[in-house]
Ligand binder design. Structure first.
Ligand SMILES: [Zn+2]
Ligand SMILES: [Zn+2]
Length: 207
C-alpha cells in the first residue's frame, strides 16, 4: 500500500484576520491543527506565516526560558500587520517573571498571544503522550489564548476550554472547545472586532 503523504501546511497569504506565526521551527501537523481549529472556532480565515526567529532579547539565560511577555510585544510590534489577532507558536519553553512556566499567555483584548508546545509532550508520569493527545493539548492552549485576545475571561463551567489550567491534568480534563456561554460571548466579540475594523477602514478611505 502506498504510504499516505502528510498534507502540507499551506502558508496562506495574509488574510488580514488571524495569523499563526511559528516562532522557531514548528512541525507542520502542529501548525495545521492550530490553524484549522482556530478557523473552526472563530469562523474567520486563518493564515500561517513563514517561520520567524525568536528575539534574543526575550531569552532569560538564567532560566533557559523565553519571557512570554516580550514575545507578545515582539509579535505586536513586528508581525501583527493588518491582522485582527496574531498567535505565536513556539517549541521553546516560556515563562513570565512571576510563574516558573506557562503553556501560553495573552492579554485580555490584546492583539497577540503566544503558546508553547515545550511542556505538552509528556504525561504527568513523564512518559511521552500520543501525538493525538499532544496535538489536542496544543489546540486547547491555542484556543484558550485566542479567546483571551477577544476579551473572554476564565470560565468556571465544567470542561470549557476557557477554564484556567495550570497543570497538564487540568489541561487534559478540558474540552477543546468553548461552552455555549463562552461561544456566544466569542461570536459577539468577533462581530464587534470586525465592525470596528470595517469602520476604521471606511474612515481611512474617506480621510
Ligand atoms: Zn487563561
Ligand atoms: Zn465557558
Amino acid at each position: 500500500m502506498k504510504k499516505k503523504e502528510p498534507p502540507r501546511t499551506v502558508h496562506r497569504p495574509p488574510s488580514g484576520y488571524i495569523s499563526v506565526v511559528p516562532l522557531g521551527h514548528i512541525k507542520e501537523d502542529v501548525l495545521r491543527v492550530v490553524a484549522d481549529s482556530i478557523q473552526g472556532v472563530l469562523r474567520l480565515p486563518v493564515d500561517v506565516t513563514p517561520e520567524v526567529g525568536l528575539p534574543e532579547s526575550a531569552f532569560m539565560s538564567a532560566r533557559n526560558q523565553y519571557n512570554v511577555l516580550d514575545l507578545i510585544k515582539f509579535l505586536e510590534s513586528n508581525h501583527a500587520g493588518p491582522s485582527l489577532k496574531v498567535l505565536g507558536v513556539t517549541a521553546k519553553d516560556i515563562a513570565n517573571p512571576i510563574l516558573t512556566y506557562v503553556f501560553g499567555t495573552a492579554f485580555m483584548d490584546g492583539k497577540a498571544a503566544v503558546v508553547s508546545t515545550a511542556r505538552l509532550q509528556l504525561s504527568v508520569n513523564g512518559e511521552l503522550v500520543s501525538r493525538e493527545q499532544f496535538l489536542e493539548r496544543v489546540v486547547k492552549a491555542a484556543i484558550h489564548e485566542i479567546g483571551h485576545t477577544f476579551n473572554i475571561p476564565h470560565c468556571h463551567k465544567d470542561h470549557c476550554v476557557m477554564r484556567a489550567s495550570n497543570s497538564l491534568t487540568e489541561l487534559d480534563e478540558k474540552m477543546s472547545y468553548l461552552c455555549d456561554y463562552c461561544e456566544l460571548f466569542l461570536a459577539e466579540a468577533v462581530g464587534d472586532a470586525l465592525r470596528t475594523r470595517s469602520a476604521q477602514t471606511r474612515q481611512a478611505e474617506s480621510g
